[in-house]
Structure formats: structure tokens, C-alpha cells
Design a protein around this ligand. Structure first.
Ligand SMILES: *Cc1c(COP(=O)(O)O)cnc(C)c1O
Length: 418
């Protein structure tokens, strides 16, 4: 292809912005993966042990999911051909939503093409300009964007800080109210945080939001299939199902397929079907992904799921110990294990170093996390082998002997830096 003429300054404008990204060590590029087998990936002519994915139970390549997807393609074709309300509401979509509602113990569930589109559709369907969204400082970007899109006023509370949340809720109760209109308040948090691997104090948050008459949405993206009885999530584990208005999850992580969902009351699902724009105006999720998700949920909820979670737990403990031995301080109590590095450039170097030692583990930087809080994010899976865990142990030892951990672990201030 010839170089674009750039008579309108489009190319030079983009180049300037990209230069700034590079200068801050925030440059991202795609690396092609040619082959995956178990937790080994082949990329750029090398084989690496994958500590970067969210396939926590190893279900993406499970024979039952592959068979379900294949059968569904035979029965329904490769595409859904229309949005659900036009002509795309296929039997697999209905079966999946019944399975999700059953899994979560809710009246109903609605599925979306991704967790991101579930969030983007849901918040604006429920709240608007007169309302307030209160977000934990560390919630996923899709909830932040969804909150912005709703037009509601945004407030952010310090991560997992109940007192700070109460301070904001107290403020919302002083907002003007009329007989016709009183602002709705929606609190949004994650149950298991995606980049820190810690959990939210959900019981306390539920009591608090009830005291102030606020609603609560819990994003269970990383807890679905992993936490709670049969992997049903943290809300179920804590017995809070009837008290959390909106539960969200993804089918693309531990469940091994793709898609997102919202689970809750019948009124909630009817509202989303009628008002969520990412549901109304998007072609329905492809039958293969939906059928695979259904099979993934089935395995997660069965004895096999319990066995996989046990294996995941034991691998998690091994890797937490490995990280601690190598001198890393971790905030995590889960399969998501961040190694806090701090500086962006340093994080990239550590990630490259691990890569040269045969380990795939990404440097997570702004805007995924706050500036100056860059980290290596290790994720553990039931699919890892003992050899994978030993190789990681060796690599971290090797790394910390060449580069003392004091330099690697930036001090953790309680407050994010921006
Ligand atoms: C991955 C993720 C999502 C988005 O889910 P997708 O199905 O990948 O779009 C939402 N919330 C959190 C916390 C996530 O980690």
C-alpha cells in the first residue's frame, strides 16, 4: 500500500499522539500467537508458558465445549443473522439464559456478546441524568464508560473503603427530591478485582446501600466459575443473591467461551430487553459461542468444576508462595497475582525479561491501572502443569537475583497516584 497523502493532517495528528504514548512507556502492540496447546503458546517462533490469560479452569479447549460449539454450528449456522428482537433469538440463547439464571439462582438473566457490551447496555438502561453512579476507584473500564454514557453524575470511592462510600452516600441523601422525582443512586463494584486480585467487602457494601436506599451492581467477571459453591460467584457465596439488584459476569474467562450476562429479577431482564441499546442494536451472539458457554457453565457447576477449582486453588497457593519467596509483595488472595513494579518502563523490562526466560506475563500499565502503579499480572489456571509452575518459580528466582526485589516492588501507597 502506498503511503497516505495526509493532505488533511490526519496521519501527522495520529503520529504525534502515538509519539507521546511511546515517550511515556505506554506503547502497546499486538503479538501474534500461532498455536496454543494447554498452557503453552507458540509466538514469534518461541514456545512460552502462558501466565497471562483468564482461562482459569482451562475450559477454552475442553472437548465438551468444542463439541457443543460444533454441534450448534451444524444446527444453527455460524451467525445469528439479526438482533435478538428482530429474528436472532435462537434456542441456544434461551437455553443459555435459563442456565445462567439457574447458576446464579436469580429469576432471569440476559446474555450479551461480551461483558463490556453488557455493562454499556445496562447502566444507561437503568439510570440517567438525574441520577448518581458511585464507583469503586478500581472498577473495570467498561463500568466507568457505561456510567459516563448514562449521563448520571459520577462519584468515586476509595478502593474497598466503606467509610468513603458512606461519605458519598450521605451526600446523595442530601440531594433535592420532589414528590415526582428523587435521584436514583447506583453503587458499582467488582467482587474479585481484575488487576489486584483482592475481593470487595460485599456484605458491608450491601448493608450500607440498603441503609441509604441505593442500588448495587456487582461485576463478577473474575469470580464467575471460580468463587462460591459450584463457582456460582461471590454474591451467592455470601448469600446476598436477593439483596444485590444487578449481577454481571462474563462467559469469556473461567467459563471458557465468549459473551457477557446480567442476572437478576424478571423486571430487570425485561428492562434490558426493552431498553439496553447494546442488546437492541447488535446482532445476537453467535450460536457456537453461546452453546460453548452453556457447556462451560454446566462443567463449572458440576463435580468436574469442583475438581478444577481445587486444582486452581492449589496452583494459586504455589504461585503466591513463589512470588513471596522471590521478594514480591502481593495484594492478592486469588488466581490474579500482580507483581507490583511501579514504573511503566521498568514493568515492560521485567515482562521482557520473563519472556526471555520462557514466561508470558504482561506488563499492565496506565490506563488499565493508575500511573506509577504498573505491574506484572500473573494469572494462574487449573490447566497449568507442575512443569509450568516450576518454570515460573525458576524464572522469578532468576529475575530477583539479577534485579533485587527492592527495586522491583515499588512501595504500595494506599491511594492510587492519580
Ligand atoms: C474482562 C472484564 C469485563 C469484560 O468482559 P468481556 O466479556 O471480556 O467483555 C468486565 N469486567 C471486568 C472486571 C473484566 O475483567
Amino acid at each position: 500500500m502506498a503511503n497516505p497523502s495526509d493532505s488533511t493532517g490526519f496521519e501527522s495528528s495520529l503520529s504525534l499522539r502515538l509519539d507521546a504514548v511511546r515517550a511515556q512507556s505506554l506503547w502497546r502492540h499486538l503479538r501474534r500467537i500461532d498455536k496454543i496447546s494447554g498452557h503453552q503458546v507458540e509466538t514469534e517462533g518461541r514456545s512460552l508458558r502462558n501466565f497471562a490469560g483468564n482461562d482459569y479452569l482451562g475450559l477454552t479447549s475442553h472437548p465438551a465445549l468444542i463439541e457443543a460449539a460444533t454441534q450448534s454450528i451444524r444446527d444453527f449456522g455460524c451467525g445469528s443473522a439479526a438482533s435478538r428482537l428482530i429474528s436472532g433469538s435462537l434456542a441456544p440463547h434461551h437455553a443459555l439464559e435459563e442456565a445462567i439464571a439457574d447458576f446464579k439462582g436469580t429469576q432471569a438473566a440476559v446474555s450479551f456478546s461480551s461483558g463490556l457490551s453488557a455493562a454499556i447496555g445496562t447502566l444507561p438502561a437503568l439510570i440517567g441524568y438525574d441520577d448518581v453512579v458511585v464507583l469503586d476507584r478500581l472498577v473495570h473500564a467498561c463500568c466507568v464508560d457505561a456510567a459516563r454514557l448514562s449521563g448520571a453524575r459520577l462519584r468515586v470511592f476509595r478502593h474497598n473503603d466503606i467509610e468513603d462510600l458512606e461519605r458519598i452516600l450521605r451526600w446523595t441523601s442530601s440531594l433535592p427530591r420532589t414528590a415526582q422525582k428523587s435521584p436514583k443512586v447506583l453503587v458499582v463494584t467488582e467482587s474479585l478485582f481484575s488487576m489486584d486480585g483482592d475481593t470487595a467487602p460485599l456484605r458491608e457494601i450491601v448493608s450500607l446501600k440498603e441503609r441509604y436506599g441505593a442500588w448495587l451492581m456487582v461485576d463478577e467477571a473474575h469470580a464467575t466459575g471460580v468463587l462460591g459453591p459450584n463457582g456460582r460467584g461471590r454474591v451467592v457465596e455470601l448469600g446476598l443473591t436477593e439483596r444485590v439488584e444487578i449481577q454481571m459476569g462474563t462467559l469469556g474467562k473461567a467459563i471458557g467461551s465468549a459473551g457477557g450476562f446480567i442476572a437478576g429479577s424478571r423486571a430487570l431482564s425485561d428492562t434490558l430487553i426493552n431498553r439496553a441499546r447494546s442488546f437492541l442494536f447488535s446482532t445476537a451472539p453467535v450460536p457456537a459461542a453461546v452453546a460453548a458457554a452453556c457447556a462451560g457453565l454446566q462443567i463449572a457447576a458440576a463435580l468436574e468444576g469442583d475438581r478444577l477449582r481445587q486444582r486452581l486453588r492449589s496452583h494459586t497457593i504455589t504461585v503466591l508462595n513463589t512470588a513471596a519467596k522471590a521478594g514480591f509483595v502481593s495484594t492478592s488472595c486469588s488466581q490474579i497475582i500482580p507483581l507490583h513494579v511501579g514504573d511503566e518502563l521498568h514493568a515492560v523490562r521485567v515482562s521482557d525479561e520473563l519472556r526471555s526466560l520462557g514466561i508470558l506475563a504482561p506488563a499492565i500499565r496506565h490506563p488499565t491501572v493508575a500511573r506509577g502503579r504498573a505491574r506484572i499480572r500473573l494469572t494462574v489456571s487449573a490447566a497449568h502443569s507442575d512443569a509450568d509452575l516450576t518454570a515460573l518459580d525458576q524464572a522469578l528466582k532468576n529475575l530477583s537475583s539479577r534485579c533485587p526485589p527492592a527495586l522491583l516492588s515499588a512501595p504500595l501507597s494506599k491511594e492510587p497516584l492519580d
